[in-house]
Write a protein that binds this ligand. Structure first.
Ligand SMILES: Nc1nc2c(c(=O)[nH]1)N[C@H]1C(S)=C(S)[C@@H](COP(=O)(O)O)O[C@H]1N2
Ligand SMILES: [Mo]
Length: 254
């Protein structure tokens, strides 16, 4: 039997919208009603067409009162094995790959601002000396693709602790070398799988994947994961984001 993937996607979205009749739940999910968003919210991978049915089942469970589980900030995203890593890993940005920003490693300094006690800038050797963790997780882009990759770096909560970030604040914001920007909720910033990543697949992040660093969050959709970070700030004032300001769901994750 041949299946038309595009029709499958449309069918899922239509059915999911139908299943989520309760207006309060629909508001909660907001623009997460894309195939990528549903995949992330339900934890079901989009790699075979059987997942269509699984996602629908999970959406109806959500309707039956599982939202506490789905939106639990302590819930872990799945991790994978070396064999699952996608090569070559896809590139995505609001421009083509040849326009990825060129950052000079020698003069680079990461700026810190807002509600952080020690806002001294960091050079790359100091960042590379932080405790290192590796993670193999799935990146899901709302444009309709997902891929598994391996990122390495410091657990972000550890970095926030070292610089004396006020973790009672609501938001952590990111400014990037290419003009991109985004922001995340503090519970996600403190999530154990949220990494300030300096490596991809064991090598320093290449320019296209975000040199010198990106925030890697397997609990959030692709557009929430900023590449080429040049400034991190902590604030109670809603910072928005590049795509978020154009209507993408701000929470963008599970
Ligand atoms: N600085 C910056 N970060 C960004 C983007 C961007 O355009 N600029 N695009 C986002 C989107 S939509 C996706 S899907 C991922 C793509 O990351 P990748 O190139 O490593 O696959 O980066 C996210 N972070
Ligand atoms: Mo994306």
């Amino acid at each position: 039997m041949t299946r038309d993937i595009k029709n499958d996607e449309e069918a899922i979205l239509k059915e999911a919208n139908g299943l989520l009749k309760d207006p309060a739940k629909r508001r909660l999910l907001g623009n997460v009603l894309t195939l990528g968003g549903l995949s992330l919210a339900t934890g079901i991978a989009l790699n075979h067409y059987g997942s269509v049915r699984e996602i629908l089942k999970a959406v109806s469970r959500f309707n039956d009162g599982a939202q506490g589980l789905i939106f639990n900030p302590d819930a872990l995203a799945p991790t994978y094995s070396e064999a699952d890593i996608k090569e070559p890993f896809p590139f995505n940005a609001f421009y083509s790959v040849d326009k990825a920003p060129v950052v000079d490693p020698g003069s680079f300094r990461l700026a810190l601002a807002g509600k952080i006690a020690d806002r001294r800038p960091w050079d790359l050797p100091a960042l590379y000396a932080l405790p290192h963790t590796e993670q193999i997780t799935r990146h899901i882009c709302v444009e309709g693709w997902s891929a598994i990759g391996r990122w390495g770096g410091v657990v972000f909560s550890e970095f926030l602790k070292r610089v004396g970030a006020d973790t009672t604040c609501k938001y952590v914001g990111f400014k990037c070398a290419d003009g991109y920007f985004t922001s995340i909720d503090m519970p996600t910033a403190l999530h154990s799988q949220t990494l300030l990543a300096f490596t991809f697949d064991g090598q320093l992040l290449p320019a296209k994947y975000g040199f010198p660093m990106k925030l890697r969050m397997p609990t959030k959709l692709g557009y929430k994961n900023p590449k080429h970070i040049v400034e991190i700030f902590v604030t109670n004032v809603y910072p928005g984001g590049y795509w978020e300001d154009m209507g993408y769901n701000w929470f963008g994750g599970s």
